[in-house]
Design a protein around this ligand. Structure first.
Ligand code: WA2
Length: 255
């Protein structure tokens, strides 16, 4: 029962990641390569809203543009707004570069104008996404606009001329922005598992076990009764080579 649940979660995760990857290429093609851009906030919100069924584990997607300091003044004048920080929602202090959200799905409206590099987990994701070219995940943390634990998924968006065998330096240089969103693991995994038979009899936890001595709960009760015996541990592969996840299942005592 545990292995079945783990494979199902991994499958939905893989489908979600693939679709976000395709959206990153869509931005590269229709926002960057086409002059003038064929995408604005309205078309982005409409398209991502209509295709949200393709990303069942994501609470929404947003696009943050890579911006250097020398471009800031002109960018803010053209946009008609000032970048804000994630926590204080105050004008972003001077940095060498920024990642302001310029497009967002309606479900992530509250990310608009935020410099995503002003939040530590998001910043780490951005830097790792653009050097690897892969989908990357944060540590579990409380997502903005949510009381739930989740992780942020990020893809770098590159200029369309980036070769497949690009070096790390070429990747960083060709980065034009970042596409991603939140995996609200608590509510979305709950929803997935609740549809399965036998759900009442099994207690499921998902852990980030990247640091083996310091497993972090991503889903499920954080303190389990010691008399509920561990039944099964299933490996989860979410595609980020830097991270390890696993599902741990227990049988609930029959009354
Ligand atoms: N998405 C949703 N909720 C969040 C969050 C986020 N980041 N950060 C904190 N709560 C625009 O990496 C680029 C999405 C970040 C992409």
């Amino acid at each position: 029962m545990c292995e079945e649940r783990a494979r199902m979660l991994q499958e939905q995760f893989g489908v979600t990641v693939n679709h976000v990857h395709a959206l990153a290429i869509l931005i590269s093609t229709f926002h960057y390569e086409k002059q003038p851009s064929a995408i604005d906030q309205e078309t982005f919100a409409k398209y991502t809203g209509r295709t949200s069924f393709e990303r069942p584990l994501l609470n929404g997607v947003a696009y943050a543009q890579r911006l250097f300091h020398h471009e800031r003044e002109m960018f803010e004048r053209q946009q008609g707004w000032t970048m804000i920080t994630m926590k204080e929602r105050m004008p972003a202090p001077r940095q060498d570069e920024y990642a302001p959200v310029v497009f967002s799905q309606d479900t992530l409206k509250y990310l608009a104008k935020i410099d995503m590099m002003s939040g530590e987990p998001d910043r780490e994701n951005i830097l790792r996404a653009r050097t690897t070219g892969k989908a990357v995940l944060t540590n579990p943390f409380r997502l903005l606009g949510s009381t739930h634990l989740g992780v942020v998924l990020t893809f770098a968006v590159y200029r369309p001329d980036l070769p497949d065998d690009a070096s790390v330096e070429q990747r960083v240089e060709a980065t034009i922005g970042y596409l991603g969103g939140g995996l609200d693991v608590e509510s979305l995994v709950e929803n997935l598992l609740s549809k399965l038979a036998g759900n009442q009899d099994i207690v499921v936890n998902v852990y980030d076990v990247t640091n083996a001595s310091e497993a972090m709960v991503l889903y499920g009760p954080s303190s389990l009764d010691d008399h509920v015996p561990l039944l099964h541990v299933s490996m989860l592969d979410f595609g980020d080579p830097f991270r390890k996840h696993e599902m741990r299942c227990r049988y609930r005592e029959k009354p």
